[in-house]
Structures are given as structure tokens and as C-alpha cells.
Ligand binder design. Sequence first.
Ligand code: NAP
Length: 286
Amino acid sequence: MINHLVIIGVGLIGSSLSLALKDSGNVNKVTGCGRSEKNLKKGVKLGVIDDYALDIAAAVKEADVIVVAVPLGAMREVFSQISTSLKPAAVITDVGSAKETVMQDASEILGDKVSRFVGGHPIAGTENSGVEAGFSSLYQERKVILTPAQDTDEDAVNVVENMWRACGAQVEHMEVHHHDMVLAATSHLPHMLAFSLVSHLSKMTDQDEIFNYAAGGFRDFTRIASSDPVMWRDICLANGDALVKLIQGYKEELDHIASAIQNNDPEALFDLFRDAKHTRDQLRHL
Ligand code: NAP
């Protein structure tokens, strides 16, 4: 049971966390913070948060757990605002989709409080944003990756693990660099493909006609191109090295398909599609 939780960034991820903890009876009071009072008022009205504050430093003074759920580019600024106001026993965690820059920001800004910081990333989400997008079952049976450092306090790690388990999630630990490499492949690259496909087609002269005939396959493949542009800009900037390597490799794969088509090479095409189908068919957890 968390007595006083402060969520900084009451959007999809922050509000879903609050709703999950409230529904399972694992939090006493949730205070929301952010820049837009309108969004926070909506959060109170929807029952996502109990109250709100625009002054982040003041809001965290009595908090037991602080969850930073803002876009990656805003993490550093938020850490600066809270660093001198935290209770000694307070536990701080985040939900950012890349971990190396967040861990770096936390170690540079939080000073001696960094041992109370536990990096985290729920592997769950949708293409929707904002407080209305949240729902309490988002983390049910989903993975949450934590990236504690060697000198992170054990009790702080336990608090964050228990928080996510109370939301129905399975918690795993991962080394920071490995996390960013793995997530670049399974999440960040697919988003680049969806954004670039929609961008490419939208520049074609007959785009209206093209989109008019788009159906299930197009819808499935491009759903994530409706994701928040600020969030994805920040993920690209935070995980650029891993992502660019994967984009280069993917371009080679597309070139390989284009050459097989140009060379009228049915075997090369069949082999590639058969192997990809075999791999996809094995992913039974999806
Ligand atoms: P979201 O729905 O857009 O919510 C982000 C919230 O952060 C907004 O409510 C916004 O409220 C607040 N915010 C933005 N800049 C801020 C700042 N400078 N100071 C204080 N508050 C600020 O985004 P989300 O999908 O919940 O994503 C939040 C984090 O979760 C990101 O770091 C993302 O990488 C990570 N994540 C997302 C997903 C996903 O699928 N969406 C999955 C896993 C992890 P105001 O405008 O009122 O400030």
C-alpha cells in the first residue's frame, strides 16, 4: 500500500497506473502534477487523481512515491524541480521508453537521492495520449522492466516492484544499455516504419484514392502512426545510436526485396516470406 503517490505527467501511462492502483486498493492518495491545469482538473473529475498541483516542487514534499511519467525530453527538468524537496525515504521512479538518458539525468541531477531512484519502463501502451486515454487494465499481464543501478537502495526497488505487481504486471530487471537495444528493435523501429509509411503515402499525388482503399492490413500496420509526436521525437533523440543501426539494417532488407522483385527471383522472395512467417508464427505470446 502506497500512502501518498505523486504522478508527474497525468497522461496515458500515469493515469493508467493511478487507476490500476486505486482499483486494486493499493494507494491511499494520488496527487497529479503537470503543466496544464485543464488536464489535471479533468483527472480529478474522472477520478484518476484525488487532487493536483502545478508547483511540482511543493507537491512532492510529502510524497512517499513519485512517478515521473512525462516525455523523455522533460525528465531532466522535472528531476531538477523535485531534487531538493524530496523526503529522505521517498522513492522516485519513471516510465520512460528509453533508459540510458534517464539514468544519466537522474544521476546528474538527483545527487545523493539517486540511490532512491529506480528506472522503469512498462511494456504496455496504446497510440492514445492524455488523461482520458488511461484505463486500469493496461498493465494486466504485461511486462515492466526495471533498470536499478548497483547502488540503488534495495527497499526502493522493492517498493517499485510491488507497485507494478499490484497493477497486474510482471516485473523484470535489465541492464540499461541492453534495454535500449532490445526496445529499439521491438518498439522503436516498428514505430519508425509506421510513421514513415504513412508519411510516404501522404506525399503521393493520388493519396486520397490510396487511403480510400486502405483496409485491415493497412490499419493494423499503421495504428501506431497515430502516437504522440513529442513522445516519439524524444525517444528517437534518446535512443538514436541503437535506432539508426536498426534503420540501416532494415533498409538493406527492403533493398533485398526490391532486388528480388526486379530480378524476377521467386525463390528469394518465397524464402524470405516463408522464414518471416515461420518466425512470426512462433511468437505465440502476441
Ligand atoms: P501522454 O499521454 O502525452 O502524457 C504525458 C504527460 O506529461 C501529459 O499529461 C503532460 O501533461 C505531461 N507533461 C509533458 N511535458 C511536461 C513537462 N515538461 N512537465 C510536466 N509535465 C509534462 O504520454 P504517455 O504516453 O503517458 O507517455 C509518458 C511517458 O511514458 C513517456 O516518457 C513515454 O516514453 C513513456 N511510455 C509511453 C508508452 C506509450 O505507449 N504511450 C509506453 C511506455 C512508456 P501537461 O501537458 O499538462 O503538462
